[in-house]
Design a binder for this molecule. Structure first.
Ligand code: MG
Length: 202
């Protein structure tokens, strides 16, 4: 399986990192070895002093598709979740500066937290409130209504480049409020007040 991630999908997050607003979705991949299942501890890797959390809505692909038309994109997923796109921000800044690929900063072991999945019918997918709490403090509060590219547009776009397969997961971008994690932090993700993941930092 593969993990496809969308960068710069919420205006306020683009502004907080002083990035340019993209004309097309920014895409990168994580490896299957990046996955950190719910309730496993996240271990801060030795190569970074600035690991950031980025809470994101996740979509799980349920059938094979390529060149998917946006109007049929909803047929290609039936479960959603929340996760964290852990990012070695110091390393990513160096790579960005040199125009190099981001994988070392984005696809390292444990960098893809994947929460529990729920049927999409349980939620209003285009008006979905989601939160990240760090040690009980609300640090990110997003709503999919503020996405630059909605889930169906993302599926249509990425399927032009990559064949989507059953079990693939899409990280749909983070809202504003990203920040550094420290040992002993507890990160809890909520989708409309329901706990979707809980991760302890080591
Ligand atoms: Mg992200």
């Amino acid at each position: 399986m593969k993990i496809i991630c969308i960068g710069r999908n919420y205006t306020k997050h683009i502004e907080e990192l002083a990035n340019e607003k993209p004309k097309e979705p920014v895409i990168f991949l994580k490896a299957d070895s990046s996955i950190l299942p719910n309730r496993n501890p996240f271990v801060i890797p030795p190569f970074s002093n600035d690991i950031h959390y980025e809470v994101e809505v996740l979509v799980k692909i349920n059938r094979v598709g390529k060149y998917i038309d946006q109007k049929f994109a909803h047929k290609y997923y039936d479960e959603i979740s929340l996760g964290i796109d852990f990012t070695a921000r110091d390393l990513q800044s160096q790579l960005k500066e040199k125009g190099l690929p981001w994988e070392k900063a984005k696809a390292f072991d444990g960098s893809a937290v994947i929460g529990d999945f729920y049927p999409k019918e349980d939620y209003d997918i285009n008006n979905l409130q989601f939160q990240l709490y760090k040690n009980d403090e609300l640090v990110q509060n997003g709503n999919t209504a503020n996405m630059l590219w909605k889930i169906d547009e993302i599926i249509a776009y990425v399927s032009q480049f990559f064949t989507l397969k059953k079990g693939d997961i899409i990280f749909t971008g983070t809202p504003a409020g990203v920040g550094k994690v420290n040992p002993n932090d507890l990160l809890i993700g909520k989708l409309v007040d329901k706990e979707i993941f809980a991760i302890k930092v080591r």
